[in-house]
Design a binder for this molecule. Structure first.
Ligand code: DC
Length: 223
C-alpha cells in the first residue's frame, strides 16, 4: 500500500509538535520534529564554542550533524535529546535557519525520512516551518497550525516554568515575536502556509480537541 505523508507547519508554540506526535500515534505514522534538526545544529555550534552568527561555522555544524544522523543506528535518539528543547537553542536555531546552505544540508534528511519512514509505518508526519511548501510539496495532507501570539507565549512560559526555568511573560512574548519575524521574514523557505494547506487555529482548542479536528481534516483529504 502507498505510504502517506502528512506535513504540519506553523509558528513556535502553535501546538504543531504535540499535534504531530498525537497524529503519528493515531495513524501509525513515523514522526520527525524538523525543528529538532535546526536546534541540533545550534547545539553543535555551541558545543564547539563557535557563534551561530558565523555562517561558515553553522554550515560546518550542519554537515557534522548530517554525518552523525546518517551514521546513527537510532537517529531519533539524536533528535530527541531533552537539551535541544532549551529555549536558547530554539532562538539560535531560528538564526541559523536563515542560511540557505544549512537548509539544503538538512533538506535531504527530511525528504528521505518522509519517503522511507521505516517498515511497519503507514507513512510519515513531519512538523516544521517549510514542510508543505519546500520539503514535501507533494504531501498527501497539509495542515497549517496557528494560535494567537499571546496564547502561544503563555503556553511557552508554562512549559519553561514547568521545567523550573524562571521567565517572565513579557520576555517570552518579546522573544516569540522576534522569532516569528525571523521565521516569516527570511528569504529562503519562509514560514508561510502552502496554497493547499488547511488552516487549524488552536487558540481555543485543547490538545485532544486539536487532535480530533486534525484527524477529521486528514481523513477527509487522504486518498
Ligand atoms: O519548531 P522549533 O521551535 O523547534 O524550531 C526552531 C527553529 O528552527 C525555528 O524558529 C525555525 C527553524 N526551523 C525551520 O526553519 N524550518 C523547519 N522546518 C523547522 C524549524
Amino acid at each position: 500500500m502507498k505510504k502517506i505523508i502528512v506535513a504540519i507547519d506553523g509558528p513556535a508554540a502553535s501546538g504543531k509538535g504535540t499535534l504531530a506526535r498525537n497524529l503519528a500515534g493515531k495513524l501509525n505514522l513515523a514522526h520527525m520534529d524538523t525543528g529538532a534538526l535546526y536546534r541540533a545544529v545550534a547545539f553543535e555550534v555551541s558545543k564547539a564554542g563557535l557563534s551561530v552568527r558565523d555562517k561558515k561555522d553553522a554550515i560546518a555544524a550542519a554537515k557534522t550533524l548530517r554525518k552523525k544522523i546518517e551514521g546513527a543506528e537510532y537517529p531519533a535518539d539524536i533528535l530527541g535529546r531533552p537539551v535541544l528543547k532549551e529555549d536558547r537553542f530554539g532562538r539560535d536555531a531560528s538564526v541559523i535557519a536563515v542560511i540557505p546552505e544549512v537548509r539544503e544540508i538538512l533538506a535531504d534528511l527530511q525528504k528521505d525520512f518522509a519517503h522511507a519512514p521505516g517498515e511497519g509505518f503507514a507513512g510519515a508526519v513531519l512538523d516544521g516551518r517549510d514542510i508543505g511548501t519546500v520539503i514535501c510539496p507533494e504531501a498527501d495532507a497539509k495542515l497549517y497550525i496557528i494560535a494567537d501570539t499571546e496564547i502561544r507565549a503563555q503556553r511557552r512560559m508554562k512549559e519553561l516554568q514547568s521545567k523550573g526555568i524562571s521567565v517572565t511573560y513579557d520576555a517570552v512574548l518579546d522573544d516569540m515575536r522576534k522569532r516569528d519575524a525571523r521565521d516569516e521574514g527570511r528569504k529562503t523557505a519562509p514560514l508561510t502556509p502552502a496554497a493547499d494547506a488547511v488552516l487549524l487555529d488552536t487558540t481555543h482548542l485543547s490538545e485532544s480537541e486539536a487532535l480530533e479536528r486534525a484527524l477529521e481534516i486528514v481523513r477527509e483529504i487522504l486518498p
